[in-house]
Design a protein around this ligand. Structure first.
Ligand code: GLN
Length: 547
């Protein structure tokens, strides 16, 4: 049975709880333990699938097709453990399960209450797969004291009591603000936050304190005394230049040792941190820099493309270059010529997205990359736009478009090069969707296999002809246009196993122009960069040497 570490936060949000959890996962692995990470989010959305990327950052998709919080991306990037649908839950999902059971009569006429019905539902979720790993790390979203979070805090408190002594510990992340006028780090907000936690029955075993200044011994002792933790369980978390320093930094501060001590695991197995030392060396000793433009819609909030930015940095590590990303708003190119803006970049990436806004600009960015022979990676919508560009400018279909934007234009005749897919094969069954289905969870989601054409660029990049990648989209490139496009140099080099759905396109006679219908960024790791990002950055590095 797994040991459980519950990770909560206090004082303010955005302290890097997800990162601390992920780094702890990596450190436990470095000591030879198996881990799984889980996120419990207090908001009432059933999942983040319908939340705007402007508000919530990117939606991270798992192999088994769940639309989850972007923290699961951190978990995967630090541990390499593929997240599952059962690793993420929200209040919305919990309540919707409880209400469904109530309607079905499963509670046999009982009055349904937060305790025990909602808390039991949460505890059942926590227990899934508990026999599979040595440690289960569960992060509670939000901060202690939030109204929506209360049932989660109550559930983890009960969970700690239900399990044998010593099988659950609580780790609390807080902030020590620095007051410049008095030149002091303040511990009072942390004391209050722990008091709040203790008032609902949870006594933290470990305190992780974010601080922009060194925490003096005196302050650690004060925190230990007032918050009722051991002095060596007060762990400092200083600002880092790269998130991938976190495992080494937390190890230096004694986090993994404190966790093993709290579980009384002795002697503690020695850690092997070579993976993270190598990552550190590659990040901090680059041999050059490449500049990549991301031409997208959600450019004000970098979290909207979190995994893409991370995957590019992994590609940089593989090639020992620093990848400098510039975010360019695609709408700009609907009014202005892209050339003056895109000159000087060594590669262009057009990411995924929904809705029409900015798409004509993305098409122009694809055209620029194709005609100027600049490396281009189009992801999902970025592939669809590259196909529309080639259809218009190479295959002689000036009205080429996508049903995602043009179906309302109805009578206006256009070539639906990208169309709304209503039925497809998943494993050995068929999935069907209607146009007016609910917006939540109705896309082609999760891992699907693709076959790559022998001798294609992508087969060379991947070093294989069968791949599996994660999807999240409603629309598909129509194979009716395949012949016309291929005869003009846009090859369909990756297809679904039944040959109906184009998965990858590439431009012949171009150093590097690839569009993929899936999201390769979701599977990249710093210690195992995704082949497409690795080779894309290699191609960018080549361009950087020529200019
Ligand atoms: N909006 C497009 C579709 O649904 C692309 C989605 C995406 O880029 N993730 O097919």
């Amino acid at each position: 049975m797994a040991r459980y570490v519950f990770i909560t936060g206090g004082v303010v949000s955005s302290l890097g709880k997800g990162l601390a959890s992920a780094a702890l996962g990596a450190l436990l692995q470095a000591r030879g333990f198996s881990v799984r990470l889980r996120k419990l989010d207090p908001y009432l959305n059933v999942d983040p699938g319908t939340m705007s990327p402007f508000e919530h950052g990117e939606v991270f998709v798992t192999d088994d097709g769940a639309e989850t919080d972007l923290d699961l991306g951190h978990y995967e990037r630090f541990t390499g453990v593929a997240a599952r649908a059962t690793d993420s839950v929200s209040s919305g999902r919990i309540y919707s399960n409880v209400l469904e059971k109530e309607r079905r009569g499963d509670y046999l006429g009982k009055t349904i209450q937060v305790i025990p019905h909602v808390t039991n539902e949460i505890k059942d979720f926590l227990s899934i797969g508990a026999d599979e790993v040595d440690f289960m790390l569960c992060e509670i979203g939000g901060t202690v004291g939030d109204i929506e979070g209360l049932p989660f805090f109550e559930a983890i408190r009960q969970f700690g009591q239900d399990r044998p002594r010593g099988e659950c510990i609580f780790m609390h992340l807080t902030l020590l603000p620095w007051i410049a006028a008095s030149r002091e780090l303040k511990t009072k907000p942390t004391q209050h936050s722990v008091k709040e936690l203790r008032s609902i029955g949870i006594a933290p075993d470990i305190l992780v304190c974010r601080s922009e200044k060194m925490i003096p011994q005196k302050e650690r002792e004060k925190l230990a005394l007032f918050c009722n933790v051991r002095p060596d369980s007060v762990i400092a978390a200083y600002d880092l230049k790269s998130i991938y320093e976190a495992p080494l930094a937390y190890h230096r501060e004694g986090l993994d040792q404190a966790v093993l001590d709290a579980f009384q695991i002795s002697p503690a197995p020695k850690p092997n941190l070579s993976r993270w030392e190598d990552v550190y060396d590659r990040i901090f000793n680059p041999e050059g820099e490449v500049r990549v433009a991301i031409v997208g819609k959600y450019t004000q909030l970098e979290d909207a493309y979190k995994s893409i930015a991370e995957a590019l940095s992994h590609g940089g590590m593989a090639n020992r270059v620093k990848v400098r990303i510039d975010w360019v708003d695609a709408e700009l190119f609907e009014r202005e010529d892209p050339a003056p803006y895109l000159e000087g970049f060594h590669a262009i990436l057009v990411p995924g997205g929904f809705g029409e806004r900015g798409t004509e600009g993305k098409i122009r960015a694809a055209e620029y990359a194709r005609t100027r022979k600049i490396p281009y990676l189009g992801i999902c919508l970025g592939m669809q736009m590259a196909v529309i560009e080639a259809a218009r400018n190479l295959a002689g279909l000036p009205t080429a478009g996508s049903e995602e934007f043009d179906h309302e234009a109805g009578k206006k005749r256009f070539e639906p090069v990208v169309y709304h897919l209503k039925e497809w094969v998943k494993g050995n069954h068929t999935v069907a969707r209607k146009v007016d289905d609910d917006k939540g969870g109705t896309m082609r989601l999760g891992a699907y296999t693709a076959n790559l054409a022998e001798g294609s660029k992508v087969a060379e990049v991947y070093g294989t002809t069968v791949i599996e990648e994660r999807h999240r989209h409603r629309y598909e490139v129509d194979t009716r246009y395949r012949k016309a496009l291929e005869s003009h140099g846009l090859c369909f080099s990756g297809m679904s196993p039944d040959g109906r759905l184009p998965e990858i396109v590439e431009v012949k006679d171009h150093p590097w122009f690839i569009g993929v219908q899936f999201h390769p960024e979701l599977k990249s790791k710093p210690f195992d960069p995704h082949p497409l990002f690795k080779d894309f950055v290699r191609a960018a590095k080549e361009v950087s040497r020529l200019v």
